[in-house]
Design a binder for this molecule. Structure first.
Ligand SMILES: [Fe+2]
Length: 299
């Protein structure tokens, strides 16, 4: 829920999202990666995060969520692409919508990889660097969502036992058996998946920390950074590279101070990965600087 839907739309379009439908108080936006939509905003009196959605592989998954995990009765969705959904509620009241049968869009082809001339490795001869369009980023998908939580253990258990996720890395403050931050990935067995799809940080509140959208590479991120700067939007943190997950990040505030992040070059893991456990006080947040991450975590 946002306090000025038109202003949110202007920010999100500058960031790279495309408007699919805007009707009444509701705005649906998509990436260029083939999703029917991956961001929904609704005009309200206050800024508030309601929840997030996942597509599932079968109608049976929806039925199982209703039968075994307290999902709401299955409904037909009236958003772009339709589909059917049930909604689960997390331990702290966030909505996790599970969706089956949504009709997706045609994905836009990725841009050509940059051919880089580096010391000892020359690959681009008598040719200028390829042209990239200026302007908003080309976003390919919503890759992960960061959440604030009050109770790390309750949320971690729910994500693993109800949502079927795996804990890739965890950070602890006092003792290794009391994690306070976790990076959770999807469980697709031997298939390679992103290092994390959900990030949870126990910081005394419940809600959205950030939304993160994949772009082509870090040149695309630097271009987006400069473009958003020219447009007068408010930067939060980046461009930098996280040690856990390895991805390059760049974080911006939307008009309600929700964080929107671009990322590229994420680590991929599969079921051979064992959870990494790290002391939070020894864990850097950015490989490229010693910036204190306070402004990244402040509400
Ligand atoms: Fe992120």
């Amino acid at each position: 829920m946002v306090t000025d839907l038109d202003k949110t739309q202007r920010f999100a379009e500058d960031f790279g999202l495309k408007t699919v439908r805007k009707a009444g108080s509701r705005l649906y936006m998509r990436t260029d990666g083939g999703d029917a939509y991956s961001y929904v905003a609704e005009q309200g009196d206050e800024r508030r995060f309601i929840g997030l959605g996942f597509t599932v592989e079968s109608e049976a998954d929806l039925e199982e969520a209703v039968r075994e995990h307290g999902g709401t009765p299955i409904v037909e969705l009236d958003g772009p692409g339709g589909g059917r959904a049930t909604t689960l509620t997390s331990p702290e009241g966030l909505k996790f919508e599970l969706i089956y049968g949504i009709v997706e869009d045609q994905p836009k082809a990725p841009q050509p990889h940059l051919r880089l001339n580096a010391p000892g490795e020359r690959s681009r001869f008598a040719a200028p660097q390829s042209e990239r369009p200026a302007g908003p980023a080309t976003l390919f998908r919503l890759g992960h969502v960061g959440l604030y939580a009050k109770d790390f253990a309750a949320n971690a258990e729910w994500l693993q036992n109800v949502m079927g996720m795996k804990l890739s890395d965890a950070l602890y403050a006092q003792s290794p058996d009391h994690a306070v931050v976790g990076f959770f990935r999807l469980d697709h067995g031997a298939e390679w998946v992103d290092h994390h799809t959900i990030f949870i940080g126990a910081m005394g509140m419940t809600g959205l920390h950030h939304l993160s959208f994949e772009v082509q590479d870090f040149e695309a991120q630097f271009r987006t950074h400069r473009y958003l700067q020219d447009k007068g939007w408010d930067p939060n943190w980046g461009v930098g590279r996280h040690p856990l997950g390895s991805h390059v990040f760049d974080v911006w505030f939307d008009p309600d101070r929700f964080r929107f992040e671009t990322f590229s070059d994420t680590d991929l893991l599969n079921d051979e990965h064992e959870t990494g456990l790290h002391a939070i006080k020894e864990q850097d947040m950015d490989c490229w600087s010693s910036d204190p991450p306070d402004r990244y975590f402040a509400p």
